[in-house]
Design a protein around this ligand. Structure first.
Ligand code: PGA
Length: 250
């Protein structure tokens, strides 16, 4: 089965409104020779302008996170209703920076997934091990638990369209990339777990992205692996020509 590749850019806490507008405008001219789904995750402040600028192109917009309630007294949080209203069709959930810096637990992430699904936002659910966990040979166990706990209670039907991002924590923003073989090993394990839990059809249809220091210079070899269906890119998604090259991977 051939899966449409996804190239997603996570801008994290970067870009003003003017910078976001210019970057999306530049990406509209980037070409898309692989017919990939292109997704950009700007800060909340630039969601609406990014969505507006992307109009008429293939670029889709994601929130970097959403709260688990639709509205209420949650100072500084943004709800899935608001993210959607600003133009998001997708949301990242469980990015390692959310887990480690902001304390998002599996239980919180599970509620956020529910909130996103309730509003038909496509979830890009992130999993990944720390260096310590990898060195202790716990990688596959850690990821299995993150998937099981974060996605607990949903059926295959409810999760239809789900995207998984495997992002080893030790590779994020460090310049250290997992080898294509390391990525493939984990991606295959994730797909096997999805098959066991949700059935083979669901597993075969689910896009599994690799994230962690994806660059214009290493994207081709990573994308060549059979279970790598795309990339979630941080640093290099901020640079128009680098991200354009990643979108147009070979
Ligand atoms: P990086 O970030 O590409 O800068 O390593 C990836 C991510 O955090 O999604």
């Amino acid at each position: 089965m051939s899966r449409t590749p996804i190239i997603a850019g996570n801008w994290k806490m970067h870009n003003t409104i003017a910078e976001a507008t210019a970057l999306v405008a530049a990406l509209k001219e980037a070409g898309n020779k692989n017919h990939a789904e292109i997704i950009i995750a700007p800060s909340y402040t630039a969601l609406a302008v990014a969505a507006h600028t992307a109009k008429g192109s293939e670029i889709k917009i994601a929130a970097q996170d959403v709260h688990w309630e639709d509205k209420g007294a949650f100072t500084s949080a943004v709800s899935p209703v608001q993210a959607k209203d600003a133009g998001a069709t997708h949301t990242i959930i469980g990015h390692s920076e959310r887990r480690s810096v902001f304390g998002d637990t599996d239980e919180i992430l599970n509620k956020k997934v529910a909130a996103a699904l309730r509003h038909n936002l496509t979830v890009i659910f992130c999993v990944g091990e720390t260096l310590e966990e990898r060195e202790a040979n716990k990688t596959l166990d850690v990821i299995a638990a993150q998937l099981e706990n974060g996605l607990k209670g949903f059926t295959a039907e409810q999760l239809k369209g789900l995207v998984i991002a495997y992002e080893p924590v030790w590779a994020i923003g460090t310049g250290k990339t997992a080898t294509p073989e390391q990525a493939q090993e984990v991606h295959a394990a994730i797909r096997a777990q999805l098959a066991k839990t949700y059935g083979d059809e669901f597993a075969q249809a689910t896009r599994i992205l690799y994230g962690g220091s994806v660059k214009d210079t290493n994207v081709d070899e990573i994308m060549a692996k059979p279970d790598v269906d795309g990339a979630l890119v941080g640093g290099q998604s901020l640079i128009a020509d680098k991200f354009a090259r990643i979108i147009n991977f070979n």
